[in-house]
Design a binder for this molecule. Sequence first.
Ligand code: MD3
Ligand code: FE
Length: 213
Amino acid sequence: MSMNDLFANDSGLEILGEGITLWRSAIDVARYVSDIEDLARRAPFRNMQVPRGRTMSVAITNCGKLGWISDTRGYRYSAIDPTRSAPWPAMPEHWLRDAAQAAQRGGFAGFSPDACLVNCYEVGARMGAHQDRDELDFSQPVVSISLGLSAAFAFHGETRSGTRRRIELHSGDVLIWGGPARLHFHSVAPVKAGLHPLCGARRFNLTFRRAGA
Ligand code: MD3
Ligand code: FE
């Protein structure tokens, strides 16, 4: 499949709600997995502390100009990886291109992400209900790509306790969130045991954001 063909077929496109678009199996999974392995050799996955002092079950790393970080002082974006005291690795060109193209297909032209958060879920890892609100401009969407083991993703709408809609996210799926859905609460249930041929007993999720100005 050539890069230009990635989103050429709209048949896998589902509109889940206003500003929420899902493409099933939209990307070249093997290429992303090998890029993630490269990235993790340079900026290793780590389990960060959250402000209340617990440790996230999801391990993270970042690439791009800015990276999302968490510690007992709070959540924020930083140009410096605190573990290595060095800038985050650059975002692979094809990641940028795919994210911008996905955003455009989701109705958000001109998306130019400056941050890519890479989540690594081992079996049992989960993410509690939260909003993504550490970015400057909420008119910019978030593009997410899932790889490896599947996960039960839930979106709760405007409140943490809102009615949940669940969807199963599989390897290669791409989700776009923007407009009225941009600040929706969402969560990921504990990842179930399994073995993915390329990722082993893990799930990766990339989220592309425009964090800064
Ligand atoms: C809805 N990651 O890193 S991706 C996160 O699967 C995060 O690892 C999840 O939530 C994961 O913050 C979910 C789907 C997603 C990403 C961003 C969103 C849903 C979103 C931003 C706003 C609303
Ligand atoms: Fe999120």
